[in-house]
Write a protein of this length. Structure first.
Length: 496
């Protein structure tokens, strides 16, 4: 039996739209479309609202349990073992945040969607810090809530499936233009295999040169959007004052010289995938607009008044530590949580050196063929040089070195003399050159960790003094120390 629309509005639902209904099937993961019903636990103190949610979620095919307070909700949690929890933040007795913490203690992997009537980002972000998977603000449309629920169920299913990936690594994954034989890279491709068929947002992490663009393209090509466009944009390659118009387009007269209208990357990527590289360097003002697109799938062109709706899957990438950026205040928390639905970290080449022979031979064959040069192999001495190097530039550096060797070699094989490695230990410290180089075999991360420890020793353990010496904020230093496993007690004289 249907529920009258007026009743939904009075209970806190906003209007539903045809666009929302059109997008809903796209978020369904084929893996979760099965005969058994997903169980949803609703915790809402307002009886009318609770009843409406029960009816509508039941009509959507969910098995629904409900409670009017947190204490009853915890009892149902143990007895019914739901697949997802929907809870209000404002509850009698135990608060919604306290209930959320109790849920996470009972089952840390269980997805929780919070409802807040305040419409403020602060309360929702606080809940997500505690462990909420997503949030909706009242008033919301029922279709919006269903979209969020299905999205979080899909993401939860992916995380559960990932538990068995280590056991499934006996299967070797292969993708065009990606050479990955090591266990670490096979684990990355296994994640690609799981996430590609879904519409979940993916955040790729890793140092520059590890191949994030290839992984992003693999996700697109093995998704339901493979026949749609794959649009790539690098935020650091575009001046800040032009990035907004590149992403969202502009209308005629939006600025001096705008003699016509131009669609942005989001419009061009409609029904496909947008790969936003170096997301950590996007300016704050544009982060706000990106958050809106991720939440509502709508935006306006620069200088325009018409709201445009798009069906785009976003894959973002960064070589920055976004957690540190949060501590430093340069990246929005709410955008981070929207992006970090499925995170895939790509290891640096020094951590999977067993892939170097296959990668080197792949690039050798490719560049020899492109240049019509007959070079058939890499000598053992040359391969040893490649294996012994620490690869600060990762796979991109290896690719460039092989290309250079092919171009300059006069023999039928690449020998050690053809492998030019830019080793900092061999650079001369002539006038104008920098003496601040990493020792051979030492990674930037290792060097940074030791520098932080040395600053802390020089400051006799005073973290505020050490932070000033390093040019960091106190919170940024605390975050880095937590990664090193250094405790952060409140110390005498260690004031802000």
């Amino acid at each position: 039996m249907g529920v009258p629309w007026r009743g939904l509005q009075s209970a806190g639902f906003g209007p539903c739209t045809n666009e929302t209904r059109r997008l809903e099937p796209a978020l369904l993961n084929p893996m979760t479309t099965r005969n058994d019903k997903a169980a949803i636990l609703i915790v809402e103190d307002e009886a009318k609202m609770r009843r409406l949610l029960e009816l509508r979620l039941g009509e959507e095919g969910f098995l629904v349990h409900s409670a009017g307070d947190a204490e009853t909700g915890l009892q149902l949690l143990v007895r019914e073992k739901p697949d997802l929890v929907v809870t209000d933040l404002r509850l009698p007795g135990m608060s919604g945040l306290e209930f959320l913490q109790a849920v996470k203690r009972a089952n840390a992997a269980l997805p929780v969607v919070v409802m807040t009537a305040y419409g403020t980002v602060e309360s929702a972000v606080e809940a997500m810090k505690v462990g909420a998977s997503n949030y909706v603000t009242k008033p919301f449309s029922f279709d919006e809530l269903v979209l969020v629920i299905r999205k979080e169920l899909d993401a939860h299913h992916l995380r559960e499936e990932n538990r068995s990936l280590r056991e499934a690594l006996g299967r070797r994954y292969a993708y065009n233009n990606i050479v990955a034989q090591s266990d670490k890279m096979q684990a990355v491709l296994a994640m690609v295999e799981r996430v590609a068929p879904t519409n979940s947002t993916v955040l790729l992490g890793g140092e520059s040169g590890v191949g994030k663009d290839l992984i992003a393209r693999a996700i697109h090509e093995h998704s339901q959007r493979a026949s749609g466009p794959f649009i790539k944009i690098n935020s650091t390659a575009i001046p800040e004052n032009l990035l907004e118009s590149e992403l969202f387009g502009y209308d005629k007269g939006a600025f001096s010289g705008a003699t016509g209208s131009k669609p942005g990357k989001f419009e061009l990527a409609d029904k496909g995938t947008l790969f936003l590289d170096e997301i950590g360097d996007v300016p704050g003002a544009i982060q706000v607009k990106l958050l809106r697109v991720l939440q509502d799938r709508e935006f306006e062109r620069l200088g325009g008044t018409k709201t445009l709706k798009v069906d785009v899957r976003l894959v973002a990438a960064t070589n920055r530590d976004l957690r540190a950026a949060l501590e430093e205040g340069t990246f929005r928390e709410d955008l981070y949580y929207r992006l970090n639905v499925v995170a895939i970290d790509i290891p640096p080449l020094r951590d999977h050196k067993e892939d170097i022979p296959a990668l080197a031979n792949y690039f050798l064959e490719r560049y020899a063929k492109d240049s019509a040069i007959t070079i058939t192999a890499i000598t053992p001495e040359a391969m040893k040089r490649l294996m012994d190097y620490h690869w600060p530039g990762n796979v991109r550096e290896l690719q460039n070195i092989i290309e250079r060797g092919v171009a300059l070699s006069t023999a039928a094989t690449l020998d050690a003399a053809d492998i030019y490695l830019d080793d900092p230990a061999k650079r001369s410290h002539a006038p104008g050159s920098s003496p601040y180089v990493l020792p051979s075999g030492v990674t930037l991360e290792q060097w940074e960790d030791e520098t932080i420890r040395e600053a802390l020793r020089n400051a006799a353990g005073n973290k505020s003094q050490a932070a000033r010496a390093l040019g960091l904020s106190r919170n940024a230093l605390r975050y880095r120390l937590s990664k090193l496993g250094v405790p952060d007690p409140v110390e005498k004289g260690d004031a802000e």
